[in-house]
Write a protein that binds this ligand. Structure first.
Ligand SMILES: O=C(O)CCC(=O)C(=O)O
Length: 312
C-alpha cells in the first residue's frame, strides 16, 4: 500500500498522499456514526429551542449545512464535542494505518490524544483552518517527537470544497515557526493559531486534491492549512495522529496518555479502547475548554492552553 517513494516523499517533503487506502464500504460505517452525531445534536438543539427544523430528511453531506445555516456554530459544536465512536476507533487502529505509520514511528505505536472529526460546513470561517504546524498546538519540545498525522476525507476534495494545502519541504529546518492567535487578528471566537502569510513561501504551496478514502500523511512540522468550503456539502474528514509510546506526547493537560495500538514484543496486542475512552471524555473537556464547568452546551467559544503558549 505504501511505496518507498511515499516514504521518501514524507521524509524529504514533509507529506505524502497514499491513494485508495479505504474503500467506500469501509468509510460508510463511519459516515453513519457522523449521521448519528448530527442527529443527537439536532435533537438536543431542538429540545433547547435553538432550532425549529431538525432537517431529518437530509443526508449526511447536507444536514449539518442546513443546521449551521439555521443555528450558526452548529458545526463548531460538533467538531469540539469530538465523539469517538467504535467504527472510527477501528479505522484509527487498523492495520492499514499502523502498517504505514510504522515506517516513520517504528514497531511500537500509540494514537495521540489530539484527533479531530472535521465537520466543515460550507462558508464557515471557524471551520477553515489557517496555516500552522501541528506541534504548535502542543507543549514546547513535542515537535521533536515523530508524530505523523493521517488526514482522511470522506468525499472527494479539491480547492472548491476545502481541501488541504501544504508547504512542500516546510518541515525543514526542523524548527517551530512563530504562531499568532487568529482571534487577535480579528477572527471572532477563533481558537486557531496561524503563521503569517509572509512566512509561507508561495512557490512551495501544494494543493492536495484527494479522493475519498485516500490518506494525506503530514509531518508534525509541515505548515498546512485547509481552504474555504465553497460547495453545498459538508466536507467531512478526520485527522488522527500517531507516535512511539515512549516519546513525549506534549498534550497540554497531561490528563490522558496516548493509546497504545501496537507493541513490538506482543504481536497479538490490540488497543484497549474501552478503558482509554473512559478517561477520554473528562480529559477532552479539559483539553478542549478550560472553562467547561461554566459553559452552556451551545456556547461554541473555546479556550485552550495552546493560546497561552503563543499569546505574546
Ligand atoms: O481538516 C481541516 O480542515 C484542517 C486539518 C488540519 O489542519 C490538521 O489536521 O492539522
Amino acid at each position: 500500500m505504501i511505496s518507498q517513494d511515499h516514504i521518501d516523499q514524507y521524509n524529504n517533503e514533509g507529506y505524502t498522499i497514499v491513494e485508495n487506502v479505504f474503500s467506500k464500504e469501509e468509510l460508510n460505517p463511519i459516515l453513519n456514526e457522523f449521521e448519528d452525531i448530527v442527529d443527537e445534536f439536532a435533537e438536543r438543539a431542538f429540545t433547547a429551542g435553538k432550532i425549529s427544523n431538525k432537517h431529518e430528511e437530509k443526508n449526511v453531506f447536507k444536514r449539518l449545512a442546513a443546521l449551521e445555516n439555521d443555528f450558526p456554530g452548529s458545526s463548531v459544536l460538533i467538531h469540539h464535542k469530538g465523539q469517538l465512536k467504535p467504527e472510527l476507533c477501528k479505522l484509527w487502529s487498523s492495520d492499514k494505518l499502523l502498517d504505514i505509520v510504522e515506517k516513520w514511528v517504528g514497531k511500537d505505536i500509540s494514537g495521540h490524544p489530539v484527533w479531530n472529526i472535521r465537520s466543515k460546513t460550507p462558508k464557515t470561517v471557524r471551520m477553515t483552518v489557517p496555516w500552522h504546524q501541528d506541534s504548535a498546538y502542543l507543549e514546547e519540545g513535542a515537535e521533536k517527537t515523530t508524530q505523523p498525522a493521517a488526514w482522511i476525507p470522506f468525499l472527494d476534495v479539491d480547492e472548491k470544497n476545502g481541501c488541504m494545502q501544504v508547504v512542500k519541504g516546510g518541515h525543514n529546518p526542523a524548527s517551530m515557526l512563530e504562531h499568532k492567535l487568529e482571534k487577535k487578528a480579528g477572527v471572532k471566537d477563533s481558537w486557531y493559531l496561524y503563521i503569517e502569510e509572509k512566512n509561507i513561501p508561495s512557490e512551495k504551496i501544494i494543493t492536495c486534491k484527494m479522493k475519498a478514502g485516500s490518506v494525506l500523511f503530514l509531518h508534525q512540522l509541515i505548515p498546512h492549512r485547509s481552504l474555504e468550503n465553497y460547495s453545498e456539502n459538508v466536507r467531512w474528514s478526520v485527522d488522527l495522529r500517531f507516535q512511539n509510546p515512549n516519546d513525549k506526547a506534549g498534550f497540554h493537560t497531561g490528563l490522558i496518555d496516548p493509546i497504545i495500538m501496537r507493541k513490538s514484543d506482543d504481536p497479538e496486542y490490540k488497543a484497549d479502547w474501552t478503558s482509554w475512552l473512559e478517561g477520554h471524555e473528562e480529559a477532552q473537556k479539559n483539553f478542549r475548554d478550560t472553562r467547561s464547568d461554566k459553559k452552556d452546551e451551545f456556547d461554541s467559544t473555546l479556550e485552550g492552553a495552546w493560546l497561552k503558549r503563543w499569546d505574546k
